[in-house]
Ligand binder design. Sequence first.
Ligand SMILES: NC(=O)c1ccc[n+]([C@@H]2O[C@H](COP(=O)([O-])OP(=O)(O)OC[C@H]3O[C@@H](n4cnc5c(N)ncnc54)[C@H](OP(=O)(O)O)[C@@H]3O)[C@@H](O)[C@H]2O)c1
Length: 334
Amino acid sequence: MKPWKKALKVGLVGATGVVGETFINMLEEYAFPIAELRPFASDKSLGVKLELAGKEWACQVLKPGCFDGLDMVFFSSGDDISKEWAPQAVKSGAFAIDNSNAFRMDQGINLVVPEVNGHLLNENSKPQIIANPNCSTIQLVVALKPLYDKFGISDVTVSSYQAVSGAGLPGFDELLDQTRNFQTPDHAAKIFPKQILFNCIPQIGGFGADGFCTEETKIMNETCKIMGDDKIKVSAFTVRIPALNAHSEAVWVTLNKPATKDEVINTLGSFEGLAVMQDDYPTAIDVSGEDPVFVGRIHQDRHNPNRWLMWVVSDNLKKGAALNGLQIAERIFS
Ligand SMILES: NC(=O)c1ccc[n+]([C@@H]2O[C@H](COP(=O)([O-])OP(=O)(O)OC[C@H]3O[C@@H](n4cnc5c(N)ncnc54)[C@H](OP(=O)(O)O)[C@@H]3O)[C@@H](O)[C@H]2O)c1
C-alpha cells in the first residue's frame, strides 16, 4: 500500500463481527497510521476492549454525534444500521465506507473496487458514502476487468460456491456447531435455510419473483455498475457450501474478440490484485487469509472459441470486504 498522508481517526461500526475483526487485523498488518480507533457494536458489546497498535479501544454504541472528529467510518453491521447511520457520518465530515447492501445500487453513490473503477475517487474527493460491493461480486469483477479492457466481454455466467463466513459470525458458528455434533441426526438450521454440514444449499438470501435469490441479483446488478457497462449479460447461480472461509466461483466469460490461451493468461496475470495459477488451482483453504484474487483452470470452451472458463477464488473477508474497504481509503488518504 502507498504511504498515508496522515494518521487517521477511524470509526468501525460492527467492530466485533467477522468483517470488523478482519478490518482491525488488516489495519495492524498494513501498519495503517491510526490516530484513533473508535469501535462501535451493539449494547451487548459496550465496553469490550479491542487491541490495535499496542493500545486498547473500548466499543461504544451508536448515538447522535458519535462520529464527530473522525476522518472515515467503515460500516459493517447490516443494511438497516448503514441506512440510518452512514449519512450521519458524512454529516459529521467523515467518509462512510459502507460494506452493506444499503446504497450499492443508488444513483450517485460510487460502488468501488479500486483496481476496476478506483478512478472514481482521489485525494480531492469530498466526504461521501462509498459502497463496498458484495464479496462475490468483488472477486468476479477483478477477474473480468483485464479481459474486458483487452478483448471486450459480451456475457458472463457464474456459479458460486460460498463459504459460511459470508453469513457473518453466526454462520461460521453454525457450521462449527454442526461439525462438533456431526452424529446428531437432526441439525437445527438457524442461519442457513437447511443443514449446511455435509450439504450444498442453492440459496443465498430470499427468492425474487424471477426465481433469482438476492445474492444472484446483487452479482448481476453490481457487476454491470462497477464495470460501467449495462450491456454485459451476467447470469449468476449462487450456492452456499460448508467451507469456512473464501468464496469460489466457476466463471464462463464470452469475449468480443478471439484470443489465444497465452493471451488470456498473460492478460489476467499482469493485472494488479490477480494471481494466476497454471500448474495447480486455488481452493478455499489455500486462499483463506490471502490478499489477491486467485484464478486457475483457465481453458477454452469446446463449442464457442471466444468463451473461456476459469475458477476464481478469494478471501471474502479480506478482498471481499475489509481489504477492499482499506484500498478505497488508500485512494482518498494516501
Ligand atoms: N462476512 C462477509 O464475508 C461479508 C462480506 C461483505 C459484506 N458483508 C456485510 O458486512 C456486514 C457485517 O457482516 P459480518 O459478516 O461481519 O457480520 P457479523 O459477524 O454478524 O457481525 C455483525 C456486527 O454488527 C454489530 N452490530 C449488531 N447490532 C448493532 C447495532 N445496533 N449497532 C452497532 N453494531 C451492531 C455486531 O455487534 P455485536 O457483536 O455487539 O452483536 C457485530 O459487530 C453485513 O452487512 C454483511 O452483509 C459481509
